[in-house]
Design a protein around this ligand. Structure first.
Ligand SMILES: [Fe+2]
Ligand SMILES: [Fe+2]
Length: 271
């Protein structure tokens, strides 16, 4: 397991009066998505079937992601005692299932798979850092800080494996950019929207557009420019570009503009 367990969290510092409803809703969704780490770890072990070193990394990584889900779910139950995590998990797995049956990477190569994993860890490390800074509730802040540190370490693990595979697999800049862009675009897929639905609603039928908007407008709102700047730097590094150069600074400004524009559009849709 990771460097911490649920017993290390100072649960007795919980302050009900500082719980933010918007954060509670997206934390519930995150708790469900993190549990898919176990399925993704199985998939990675199939893709890297003859790499025992990486399989050990992948299994431990999967356990840590599952622990993230457990910590967030326990906090959500503290903040909202009516929250039925088991029922929400059942709804989520009944409606959304990770495809772990592929024998080879869906990214076309093992290096490509590691680029996609670096993109995901970039997203999660930025997101939990932003959530920690947005939360006035001290226990949620502590949990998110611990998770963000794990996600950043995961990025480094996958980046290290990426470097190892790039020595033998050919994957040029455009190939890497294509995979990174593809994985970033998948952020809008069903997984987060459906997790938001399963965690927060149980009466109305699933409406992807409505749930995606409800999730995204709360999630986008926690970001600040320094989170985007760090994320862009990590993406640049994963695809082999200079993380602190002129293009990176330009991309950071463009990405921050897109975050603000998307948030304005989402808020307009919800109004
Ligand atoms: Fe995680
Ligand atoms: Fe992670």
């Amino acid at each position: 397991m990771g460097k911490w367990t649920l017993d290390d969290i100072a649960w007795d510092r919980f302050e009900r009066g500082k719980v933010d409803d918007a954060l509670l809703r997206i934390v519930k969704a995150a708790s469900l998505v993190e549990r898919n780490g176990a399925d993704y770890a199985q998939y990675l072990c199939r893709v890297f079937h003859d790499d025992a070193t990486f399989q050990t990394i992948a299994k431990r990584w999967g356990d840590e992601e599952v622990q993230h889900g457990k910590a967030l779910a326990r906090w959500a139950a503290l903040a909202d005692p009516s929250y039925d995590f088991a029922a929400a998990s059942q709804r989520f797995t009944a409606g959304f299932r990770v495809d772990v049956n592929a024998a080879a990477s869906v990214r076309g190569s093992r290096a490509g798979e590691m680029i996609a994993r670096c993109i995901v860890e970039t997203g999660t490390s930025s997101y939990y850092t932003a959530l920690a800074e947005a939360s006035r509730e001290p226990v949620l802040r502590e949990i998110c800080q611990r998770i963000a540190a794990d996600e950043f370490r995961h990025y480094k693990l996958f980046y290290g494996t990426l470097k190892r595979y790039l020595a033998s697999e050919k994957l040029g800049l455009w190939g890497r950019l294509r995979i990174a862009a593809g994985r970033i675009a998948e952020t809008d897929d069903d997984e987060l929207a459906y997790a938001y639905y399963a965690a927060n609603e149980n009466a109305a039928p699933y409406d992807r557009r409505r749930c995606s908007t409800a999730y995204a407008r709360r999630a986008y709102a926690v970001y600040r420019p320094h989170h985007v700047e760090r994320g862009v730097g990590m993406v640049f590094k994963a695809v082999g570009l200079t993380p602190n150069g002129r293009i990176s600074r330009w991309a950071t400004r463009a990405a921050w503009w897109m975050v603000r524009a998307r948030l304005a559009r989402l808020s307009g849709q919800a109004a």
